[in-house]
Design a binder for this molecule. Structure first.
Ligand code: CDP
Length: 230
């Protein structure tokens, strides 16, 4: 059975991409690479130095000079990986509501995307990777052997994020999460550069009304079918 080189998983905010991609990567013994972490890290670094997400030049400079590292999870507190910025563990800081509120503004800047997509593509081209984001199948790794666009209704996604935040001990109001997700989707889908949309050859998986095990089984079946076809 020929192995797939790379798998791209894109989709809107909180569609379960990271959780399912991590499971898939573990099952296949592939690298799990969540590109959203990089946009979040740039946004966090800008805000942490008192900067403004509206300052394009600053955001671009930070993206170009950012020392970001992703390591296997060192703690069992719900994290999928450790995210280090300049050597400091910022795994949870990059998930703060302030970062949620600004990340899509920062991610729309061409200079920021240019600084981040080069390294992403280099890692993707090494193969044996499950890459997660908004533009992996369309821009970062269009040659991916399997592209999945993971979707769900905004209400379902907000419910999942609400549960996730509650479980990790950082609860947020449901209505605020719903608004923040809607806002991010709108900005991500309407930007000029690398907007959120399924690649033409992506398989759309709708996870509404399905639990994680069911979605995982569907994704694994897609991998197996693609391997058999290869
Ligand atoms: O986990 P969640 O779905 O909430 O978001 P994320 O994957 O961590 O991505 C955070 C933000 O980064 C997105 O809303 C996009 O604005 C941006 N992003 C992007 O533009 N391109 C990517 N490949 C990944 C994330």
């Amino acid at each position: 059975m020929p192995l797939l080189n790379s798998i791209a998983i894109d989709g809107p905010a909180a569609s379960g991409k990271s959780t399912l991609a991590k499971r898939l990567a573990d099952a296949l013994d592939y690298l799990f690479f969540d590109t959203g972490v990089m946009y979040r890290a740039v946004t966090y670094a800008v805000l942490a130095q008192g900067g403004d997400a509206g300052d394009e030049a600053l955001c671009t400079r930070v993206a170009e000079g950012l020392d970001i590292d992703v390591q296997p999870a060192s703690q069992t507190d719900g994290r999928q990986a450790d995210v280090l910025i300049d050597g400091r563990d910022c795994t949870w800081e990059i998930r703060q509501p302030q970062v949620d509120a600004s990340v899509s503004i920062v991610a729309a800047y061409p200079g920021v995307r240019q600084a981040l997509t080069g390294p992403q593509r280099r890692i993707g081209l090494r193969g044996r990777v499950v890459m997660v984001g908004r533009d992996i199948g369309t821009v970062v790794l269009p040659e991916a052997d399997l592209k999945i666009y993971l979707d769900a209704s905004v209400a379902e996604r907000a419910r999942r994020r609400f549960e996730e935040r509650r479980r990790s001990g950082k609860p947020e109001e449901f209505e605020r999460l719903l608004d923040s997700i809607r806002q991010r989707d709108r900005l991500d889908a309407s930007r000029d550069l690398a907007p959120l949309r399924p690649a033409e050859d992506a398989v759309i998986v709708d996870s509404d009304g399905k639990n994680a095990d069911e979605v995982f089984a569907e994704m694994l079946a897609l991998v197996e079918a693609r391997q058999d076809a290869g």
